[in-house]
Design a protein around this ligand. Structure first.
Ligand code: PLP
Length: 452
């Protein structure tokens, strides 16, 4: 930090303060973790300075032998860890990985047949008329994914995201009684909508998804099954999710982030079967610019870490901790979406405490508990204020907390939420953002949280 301080002290201070904040608070954001020093060091070095557009052995720049080593190793670790036929480790983030996957499927299912019909090898050889027709066809495809309020992700075809502008989207929700995915309803929606891509995966669904059933549905309607395992990749790597719940043997294409439960650097990755490998490797330059060699190095290190037996133990503890946290909350009277969890996250319906998600998130932060608000199914407060708080255990498990501490964390959350009341806005009217946390509670909880 001293080197940075000599140039821009405010950045050095922000980095130092971030380290303090992340250590002093309870990090319960389900998508965050603590990467190891080895992962962080693999990112902060001279590889960052290298351009390497293209793929291993086929670059548009000279001098890429070290980047080739890095990228090959990251891909090899990914293939072996997940049992995948092919791995593409260049995407800079989860959203990029999804874009690469969408375009790989579009290239395979729409573009390649169009080129064949026209009797040419590449799009540049198409006549103007055929090119216009192809662009219309590419823009008219359909995607079926989980609805946002059931826990789906914005990149799964929703309007504010590019995916929603590329695809005509329809979503499947969860059963109103159980809160679980209803596979019969997914099947019915798929039969009616006939999507090109059936997408499974989530950011805020606290249960497991049966990918064997999802593949059956996709096959029945001629869709490609894509699974976005950004959230639960660490549980797949750690062999907690196996059989029907491991997406890799079932989906034609799987995307992930590398920084959530997988505990690597910020980034994304695509795994696929042989039929899509060539199209996926065209991610750069189709969707991506030059890869980030330093981040690919850190991915290789994180994936090597995830291949160690200790990572299996970690993944199991993440799930055990989530269950203990959920049970601790339920015992204290909290309401959880679906009544519990089978993975690394849970969703508290804070309307049970008379609060919006926004009020609950802010009150918890005052007490040193970092979470994020999240819509619950059919949320009356919408996506901004919400009625939910999403909590996850990957980060606290990395810090070494176990099930006994999780019960205590549940007690701290319940104390804060139970002693918070909705406040009034500047105009004196009830507000969905303002809140009043009883005096002294924040300090008391914060001190206890810092000790854990
Ligand atoms: N997919 C899912 C399921 C996610 O939860 C997220 C991130 O929250 C993403 C994709 C996007 O990842 P990134 O933030 O790295 O672009």
């Amino acid at each position: 930090l001293d080197v940075i301080r000599g140039i821009e002290p405010r950045i050095a201070d922000a980095i130092g303060a971030e380290l303090h904040d992340q250590r002093a608070s309870l990090k319960l954001i389900a998508s965050e973790n603590y990467a190891s020093p080895a992962v962080l060091l693999a990112m902060g070095n001279w590889l960052s300075d290298k351009y390497a557009e293209g793929t291993v052995g086929r670059r548009f720049y000279a001098g890429c032998r070290n980047v080739d080593t890095v990228e090959s190793l990251a891909a090899e670790h990914a293939r072996e860890l997940f049992g995948a036929r092919h791995a593409y480790v260049q995407p800079h983030s989860g959203i990029d990985a999804n874009l690469v996957a969408f375009w790989a499927v579009l290239a395979q299912r729409v573009e390649a047949p169009a080129l064949e019909r026209a009797g040419v090898r590449q799009v540049n050889d198409l006549s103007e008329a055929d090119w216009s027709a192809l662009r219309r066809e590419l823009g008219g495809q359909r995607m079926l994914g989980m609805s946002l309020d059931a826990g789906g992700h914005l990149t799964h075809g929703f309007r504010p995201n590019i995916s929603g502008k590329m695809f005509e989207q329809r979503s499947y929700g969860t059963d109103p009684e159980t809160g679980l995915v209803d596979y019969d309803a997914v099947r019915a929606a798929a039969r009616e909508f006939r999507p090109l891509i059936l997408i499974a995966g989530y950011s805020a669904y606290p249960r497991l998804i049966n990918f064997r059933l999802m593949r059956e549905i996709a096959d029945e309607v001629g869709a490609t099954l894509m699974v976005d395992m950004a959230h639960f990749a660490g549980l797949v790597a750690g062999k907690v999710l196996t059989g029907d719940f491991d997406p890799v043997p079932h989906a034609q294409i799987v995307t992930t982030t590398t920084h959530k439960s997988l505990r690597g650097p910020r980034g994304g990755m695509v795994l696929c079967d042989d039929s899509l490998a060539e199209q996926v490797d065209r991610g750069c330059p189709m969707v991506l610019g030059g890869p980030l060699p330093h981040v690919m190095a850190a991915k290789a290190v994180a994936l090597a870490e995830a291949r160690q037996p200790a990572f299996r133990d970690y993944a199991q503890r993440v799930v055990d901790n989530a269950r203990a946290l959920a049970e601790g909350l339920l015992r204290r009277g909290a309401r959880l979406v679906t009544g519990g969890t089978d993975n690394h996250l849970a969703l508290i319906d804070v309307s049970g405490y008379g609060l919006t998600g926004r009020q609950a998130e802010a009150a918890l932060l005052d007490a040193g508990i970092v979470t994020n608000r999240n819509a619950v199914p059919r949320d009356p407060n919408g996506a901004w204020y919400t009625s939910g708080i999403r909590i996850g255990t990957p980060a606290l498990t990395t810090r070494g907390l176990g099930t006994a501490e999780m019960d205590e964390v549940a007690g701290l959350i319940d104390t804060v939420l139970g002693r918070t009341t909705p406040g009034t806005g500047k105009n004196g009217k009830p507000s969905k953002a303002a809140y009043v946390l009883e005096e002294g509670v924040a300090k008391q909880v914060e001190e206890r949280a810092a000790d854990l």
